[in-house]
Design a protein around this ligand. Sequence first.
Ligand SMILES: Nc1ncnc2c1ncn2[C@@H]1O[C@H](COP(=O)(O)OP(=O)(O)OP(=O)(O)O)[C@@H](O)[C@H]1O
Length: 305
Amino acid sequence: MIEVQHLAKRYGEKTAVADLTFTVRPGVVTGFLGPNGAGKSTTMRMIMGLDRPTSGTALVNGKRYAEHRAPLREVGALLEARALHPGRTARAHLASLAATAGLPASRVEEVLDLAGITSVADRRVGGFSLGMGQRLGVATALLGDPATVVLDEPVNGLDPDGVLWIRTLTRRLAAEGRTVFLSSHLMSEMAQTAEHLIVVGRGRLLSDSSTAAFIEHAGGESVRVRSPRATELTGLLAADGVTVTSAQTGLLDVRGLDAATIGDRALAAGIAVHELTVVRPSLEDAFMTLTRDEREYRTDEEIAA
Ligand SMILES: Nc1ncnc2c1ncn2[C@@H]1O[C@H](COP(=O)(O)OP(=O)(O)OP(=O)(O)O)[C@@H](O)[C@H]1O
């Protein structure tokens, strides 16, 4: 479990994180979403005890990171800008960490296997591709078999196989009852991986909800209806709780009725329907709507819109 309470971080004049409060629970994959510069990495570094909060607290499994006697066994992290000894092999890197933390050497082989890098374990990490480096980072995070796992942009640099691997791995870790917290700015990927989302913008909490509720909140489903008698159909469908809009002649966007009901009513009235499509907002749409005013960097067109 991760408990963040009124967490804030300022760098001089710059507020990276402002009064963030949220809880990451075990058993589900929780995504940490936000535009560039929203404060995700800073928050994760404070959770991992690498940055001191200006105010507030970040607890992992009930304690501050530094208060744990065996932190590697409590929480493992993949953070950006890892300092790796380039001349060391992946196996030697993991072995030295395992030795320092009092973990058995057999665990090194287990995590190499988990990360799919056993075949390159004796290569120097300086020659690793970005994707191999990410896999080694995940192996490092899992070394202490921790109850809580924090991954900052884990799919960064991974090929489609690697992306699928992260998705399967994080889901499995959560199913084992672990707390899994991963950041990304890739909405579509997050929609498929995370069941719960914490969304931040300019260091502030924008949303803390299930992924399904987040998408629902962004407008929910609508039904696109194409008919040569669209105006008549509008009159037929209009009722309390139903909104019908038309952006184009012959085309309706209906909210508050399901596709089957619309089709049945049109049939009963003898009105031809040429298209009946359920339109779901993507996580991308939901995210863009929510963070439009919260992004640090926007194009002139976006600002003018
Ligand atoms: N050491 C630092 N000194 C000064 N400013 C910093 C420092 N670290 C982060 N910041 C600023 O704090 C803000 C939050 O940065 P952070 O890296 O946490 O965001 P992020 O959500 O992880 O973004 P990204 O998706 O781009 O990695 C940014 O404006 C960043 O420039």
